[in-house]
Write a protein that binds this ligand. Structure first.
Ligand code: FES
Ligand SMILES: [Fe+2]
Length: 414
């Protein structure tokens, strides 16, 4: 056991998955250990979409936790990835969000890398006029950024630094893979928008929020009022055995009155509201099942969203113990009719920092971060729906949040 584990283990964390100590959201040591054990450990990290990189030389810069990385389509068409860190003195090799390159040259002292991240030239390696330069035994092959293993699933690109990460479908579980295929498995993806949302909270608070289907109709009054998701609609949560994968589903609502919310005296009780233009609520039946909302996540930092016809992937990037970037990419398919494309763009107003719904998720993580400022050794309660991290046919449960903690504790050795 190393010193960090020793120190963390000595802190209060009861056995089981129903209590979480607040120090895990607030300490620098924890964040540094998460980077090593989780993000750089045996996990698949979402990087970008295959459609971002259609041709040889196309690249995108992205992140594995706090580690900057480059993903590139190499000369033979293979997808490659490497740390975005020059082997000389550590500068970013690549400064743009994306583009097309023949190779990469660091701006600091012009060391150059091929599309696979191999160091291929060193400026003034042999010095000038017989003086200076690197020593004659300097071996370029021994110097370079760390390389990633890459895998793809339905047009999503994932990377890992570990040789021990299992095959992707085994990693997330077959049922969760089926739920990715349900949304992305049959069509060619087209990107219809992207932005980054700055969250004022620890990255884990956002991951918990995504896994927490219990909050959706209580925090997001628009969802409740207009029956996009209510706990009284059918559905449930799938949780993979390891807790790595989760998918929650809300079924299309039954017609007729629903008194389950009015009877509880909740803030989420606005039956009298009507939209002047209800077209945003319409759902085109594109998946041919009765799931109108599916939120899926893969530990540690990936989300796939289907809220009616608003499709998106989200990448969670820690920026500090209480700062997180959330990278959103909105999706359509190449065969969308102009009407469906317009409808997707319109429905994107439900989710995102300026929409009717999930702006609240951007606030509520901050409310928790502020609420726990002096509560390092106090515990949150994650007990809805029992104590297990199991698949359930209800959404009045926190089973998938417990699944996150199951995977987290296993990877952190806690
Ligand atoms: S830091 Fe990149 S060439 Fe010097
Ligand atoms: Fe939410």
């Amino acid at each position: 056991m190393d010193a960090v584990t020793d120190r963390m283990s000595s802190r209060l964390w009861p056995a089981g998955l129903t209590r979480v100590p607040y120090w895990v959201y607030a300490e620098q040591d924890v964040l540094a250990t998460e980077q090593r054990r989780i993000f750089e450990g045996p996990v698949w990290n979402y990087l970008c979409l295959e459609v971002d990189l259609p041709n040889v030389g196309d690249y995108r810069t992205t992140f594995i936790g706090s580690m900057p990385v480059v993903v590139v389509r190499a000369d033979d068409g293979e997808l490659c990835g490497f740390e975005n860190r020059c082997a000389h003195r550590g500068a970013l090799i690549c400064l743009e969000d994306g583009g097309t390159a023949k190779d990469f040259q660091c701006v600091y002292h012009s060391w150059r890398y091929d599309l696979r991240g191999n160091l291929c030239s060193v400026a003034f390696r042999h010095g000038v006029n017989g003086k200076g330069g690197m020593s004659s035994d300097f071996d370029m092959a021994q110097h370079g950024p760390r390389k990633l293993r890459i895998t793809t699933c339905c047009g999503l690109v994932f990377g890992t630094l570990s040789n021990d990460t299992p095959d992707f479908e085994n990693w997330i579980g077959g049922e969760i893979a089926g739920r990715i295929r349900r949304v992305l498995g049959n069509k060619k993806i087209e990107i219809i928008g992207r932005f980054t949302q700055a969250l004022p909270n620890n990255w884990k608070l956002y991951f918990e929020n995504v896994r927490d289907t219990y909050h959706a109709s209580l925090l997001h009054l628009f969802l409740t009022t207009f029956r996009i998701t209510r706990l009284s609609q059918g559905g449930g949560v799938l949780v993979s055995d390891t807790g790595v994968g989760h998918a929650s589903a809300t079924l299309v609502p039954m017609q007729g009155p629903d008194t389950s919310y009015t009877s509880q005296s909740l803030r989420a009780d606005n039956e009298s509201f009507r939209l002047a233009d209800p077209s945003i609520l319409r759902m085109h039946d594109e998946f041919h099942d009765n799931i109108q909302l599916q939120i899926l996540s893969v530990f540690p930092a990936f989300v796939l969203q289907q809220v009616q016809n608003a499709l998106a992937v989200r990448q969670i990037v820690p920026r500090g113990v209480d700062q997180t970037d959330l990278n959103w990419t909105y999706l359509g398919f190449t065969d969308d009719t102009p009407e469906l494309r317009m409808h997707r763009l319109k429905q994107c107003n439900l989710v995102g920092p300026a929409g009717y719904v999930s702006k609240e998720d951007g606030c509520v993580g901050g409310f928790v971060q502020r609420g726990i400022a002096a509560a390092a050794d106090e515990l949150s309660v994650v007990e809805m729906g029992g104590a297990a991290a199991d698949t359930q046919d209800t959404r009045a449960t926190e089973a998938s949040v417990r699944g996150f903690w199951k995977a987290y504790r296993a990877h952190m050795g806690l």
